[in-house]
Design a protein around this ligand. Structure first.
Ligand code: CLF
Ligand code: SF4
Length: 493
């Protein structure tokens, strides 16, 4: 999915009715990652803290956007998957370079985005560098932003080494969401991931470095939980190094009260100049990642909708509007206008009810007598929980697993490019999409031409636009019921 950009067709600022029309036409609903729990599943105080956070709530990521500001470039450790020239791979996609901002520039950017992207709910600092280590810049940025936009959620991602000494201030600043990257609880394994760490200007290497890092990560996690802060743990899955070990990490962070565990695939490329890239360390395949996630199912709740976004990402997860808000494009002064975000929140509050009803309907409609065989169905969506993206425009597909027991989001698949470019189909990108959809039985989208439909059919993937603009879950329930009852009956011409 290229991302949900509800108001991009408007040249003027959107009114509430524009927003309503836009949400309706593009769909407004649900999808998948972070905690998949909804209002009824969690204590109200927890639900209230995650319901607008696109990373902590699977449901929220259909409605709400995050933005990152790259203000804290200094780091106190070295990860073998990182080249800081290309951002912090603990949270962000490596291989891209973000514009470093001063806290004052960051403030102007956040206000400009808040005025233009009413879905904005969270400001995160997610590299390059470590937010807790480069604390002065982190703190200055958050202080400026919360004074200007008090209701924005503040979120940081850290390697955890300097976390224990920041906990009091995080609490005082009302930072409610912290991500710690924890790749190991065994320093012997850590030594293969971290060549060195630095504490108080002293450098440590080998197993000792990883032991110190591990101790501080666990201490920081426990301190945050004791102070009531929600903690997400990120782990980079590195085949042959920590892949099997991550089940233990999952259990250990669960024991200490982590809210979510986000297992991310290593992205490794010699062009990024990282140690792992240069020695040819591979990342996991989607199947390997799914297997590990399945093995961790009974532990800490998993986040499956992470997009490993850029350290200067702006927008809904899966879309990146960062290039619309470069430093050069920012006005010299900009005042915050709260009305658009407030109106949008009211709108979402009402849309959420409709979406919850649709999901309940999907559960009811799914025939429990179907056999336990499951199928993977991909959907093309721009957000809002609806099938509202043309196949040719989709760069990303959300993947759901459906069987008689229910429907669950299992991840996303990305293609390097959309099929349709300037109105013409591109066969090379279609090959990439087919490869990305390996194992997927069918794609549901808003529209598709005969040519790509035939090519996909030859590759064994059905595509249907029969459920255009329907909610994802209700469409999949209907499709899966047909398919799992009588496989051939579901085939459309
Ligand atoms: Fe940013 Fe991270 Fe906060 Fe989200 S991202 S600091 S928790 S606001 Fe989200 Fe992006 Fe994945 Fe991060 S999808 S990379 S998990
Ligand atoms: Fe790079 Fe982030 Fe690791 Fe620091 S913590 S070395 S910036 S990946």
């Amino acid at each position: 999915m290229a991302g949900f950009v509800p108001f991009d067709h408007l040249e003027r600022a959107p009114s509430v009715s524009d927003m309503r029309a836009s949400l309706r036409s593009q769909g407004c609903g649900a999808s998948a990652c972070g905690s998949d729990e909804t209002a009824g599943d969690l204590p109200p105080e927890v639900w209230n803290r995650i319901k607008d956070h696109p990373c902590y709530s699977e449901e929220a990521h259909h409605y709400f956007a995050r933005m990152h500001v790259a203000v804290a470039p200094a780091c106190n450790i070295q990860c073998n998957y990182c080249n800081r020239k290309y951002d912090c791979a603990n949270e962000s996609r490596p291989g891209v370079v973000s514009e470093r901002l001063t806290p004052e520039e960051a403030l102007r950017k956040v206000i400009a985005v808040a005025n233009d992207v009413p879905q904005l709910s969270v400001l995160g600092i997610a590299g390059p560098g470590d937010a807790c280590h480069d604390w002065k810049r982190t703190r200055a940025t958050f202080d400026l932003v919360r004074a200007a936009i008090p209701d924005i959620k503040l979120c940081i991602s850290t390697n955890g080494l300097a976390l224990p000494e920041r906990v009091d201030e995080l609490v005082e600043m009302n930072v409610d969401h912290v991500t710690i990257t924890i790749n190991m609880v065994d320093p012997e394994i850590g030594a293969k991931i971290y060549p060195w760490i630095a504490i108080d200007r002293r450098r440590y290497t080998g197993v000792e470095a990883s032991r110190l890092l591990h101790e501080r990560q666990m201490l920081g996690l426990e301190m945050l939980i004791a102070r009531g802060i929600l903690v997400k743990v990120n782990s980079v899955m590195i085949p042959g190094i920590n892949d099997e070990h991550l089940e233990i990490v999952n259990a250990e962070v669960k024991k200490r009260g982590a809210f979510l565990h986000n297992i991310m695939p290593l992205i490794s490329d010699p062009a990024h100049g990282t140690h792992f890239g240069l020695v040819g360390q591979r990342g996991p395949t989607p199947a390997e990642l799914m297997r590990l996630q399945g093995a961790c199912e009974s532990g800490t709740k998993l986040m499956r909708h992470c997009r490993q976004c850029r350290a200067d990402a702006v927008g809904l997860l899966g879309e990146d509007r960062g290039q619309e808000f470069t430093r050069a494009s920012l006005p010299a002064t900009v005042a915050y206008e709260p009305s658009k975000r407030e109106d949008y929140r009211q709108l979402v509050a009402s849309e959420r009810g409709a979406y919850a009803d649709a999901k309940a309907r999907a559960d009811r409609d799914l025939d429990a007598s179907l056999n336990s065989e499951s199928i993977l169905v991909a959907v093309a969506t721009k957000g809002g929980g609806r099938i509202n993206e043309h196949f040719g425009h989709a760069r990303e597909f959300l993947v759901y697993e459906a069987c008689g027991n229910g429907i669950r989001f299992v991840g996303h698949r990305r293609s390097s490019d959309a099929y349709c470019r300037g109105g013409l189909g591109d066969d090379a990108s279609l090959e990439g999409t087919i490869a990305a959809l390996k194992g997927v039985e069918a794609v549901l989208c808003a529209k598709i031409g005969q040519c790509p439909r035939d090519t996909l059919a030859k590759a064994g993937i059905d595509v249907s636009d029969e459920w255009a603009f329907d909610y994802i879950e209700t469409a999949i329930a209907e499709f899966a019921t047909r398919r799992l009852r009588a496989p051939m009956a579901a085939k459309r011409a």
